[in-house]
Design a protein around this ligand. Structure first.
Ligand code: ATP
Ligand code: ZN
Length: 304
């Protein structure tokens, strides 16, 4: 449920021309000013991560459906996943489609699943690419990735989008390598967001695993501190918004995608993700709707 504060913030963003609403909740066009904030923040993440020498991969919003199937996402989050369908009929089916469309009826009966699914998180499409290369080198793999992500969670909260961008860094290797990576990025993520002049907190978290069995998975994830979130109050101080997450998947994705370390063990993985739209929203909330008059230190950090 969206709160009054969330809806009021959404209205203000639209009134200032930063977001343009569509017929669908959680789906917006973004203005040049909004995009510029995201591009500048992204450049800041690049400056921070480049010294480690990550391999850069940029993904389209869709990934191979086989990647979604292998990842385990449909077991844990069937409610959020999105798949792409397309018309697959002949003339007769086309005529039926047009008739339904004209009637305002359901024209989607002739749609068939394609081989493409939306990426639910920007690291997913990278795992099969790395797995295909065979066992990892001794120092594992380090990636800098970005994708548009889809999650079916329509909402009037402008920070809960159905299509949004995640900038991630991903580490694949031994448990020691991936845990060291996550520690490094926990410090870095905090430093980056502190330089943005927003109040923040880092806390253990859990993913919204589906169903009754999911409750146990969520509790387990918290108990083992597998996920941390960097939280910034946007429309509530009691329930601040997750703007970055720091995830340790153990060997779950290593098993799913056949990732192996140099000595043949199943690889462990971790990722750190910046939710680019949420970060832009946090900045707009705390510094105002016009970036030209944001605090000097924040402007310097972003625009140099
Ligand atoms: P939440 O708990 O708020 O649903 P999450 O923990 O599911 O978020 P992750 O799966 O960790 O989020 O995704 C990484 C980052 O992507 C989040 O920290 C957030 O910044 C961003 N993100 C996740 N879901 C959304 C969304 N619906 N709209 C905008 N950004 C999102
Ligand atoms: Zn990830």
């Amino acid at each position: 449920m969206s709160t009054e504060a969330q809806i009021a913030f959404r209205d203000e963003l639209i009134a200032h021309g930063l977001l343009h609403a569509t017929d669908v909740d959680g789906l917006y066009a973004q203005s040049g000013v909004f995009e510029d904030i995201i591009m500048r923040f992204n450049a800041l993440v690049t400056r921070s991560g480049t010294p480690d020498g990550p391999e850069v991969l940029r993904f389209p919003p869709g990934m191979a459906r086989s990647t979604l199937e292998r990842s385990g996402y449909l077991r844990s989050f069937p409610q959020l996943a999105g798949t792409i369908h397309a018309f697959a009929g002949g003339d007769r089916e086309h005529a039926a489609l047009i008739a339904e469309l004209d009637r305002g009826g359901d024209w989607t009966g002739g749609q068939k699943m394609t081989g493409i699914a939306f990426a639910p998180a920007s690291c997913y499409p990278s795992y099969p690419i790395i797995a295909k290369r065979g066992p990892l080198p001794a120092d594992g793999a380090l990636l800098d990735v970005q994708s548009w992500c889809f999650r079916h969670e329509p909402s009037l909260d402008p920070a809960r989008l159905q299509l949004f961008r995640q900038r991630e860094h991903v580490r694949i290797g031994t448990p020691q390598q991936v845990l060291e990576f996550r520690e490094r990025w926990l410090k870095r993520g905090r430093a980056i967001m502190e330089s943005m002049g927003v109040p923040l907190d880092i806390d253990v978290a859990n993913d919204p695993f589906f169903g009754r069995a999911g409750r146990m998975l969520a509790a387990n994830q918290r108990e083992q501190a597998l996920k941390f979130e960097l939280l910034v109050p946007i429309t509530s101080t009691e329930k601040p918004t997750a703007c970055c997450s720091f995830n340790y998947h153990q060997d779950h994705l290593g098993h799913a995608f056949g990732l192996h370390t140099a000595d043949g063990a199943v690889a462990h993985t971790a990722c750190v993700g910046f939710g680019l739209e949420r970060i832009a929203l946090a900045l707009l909330r705390h510094h105002g709707f016009d970036p030209k008059v944001w605090p000097e230190a924040v402007r310097r950090a972003l625009w140099g």
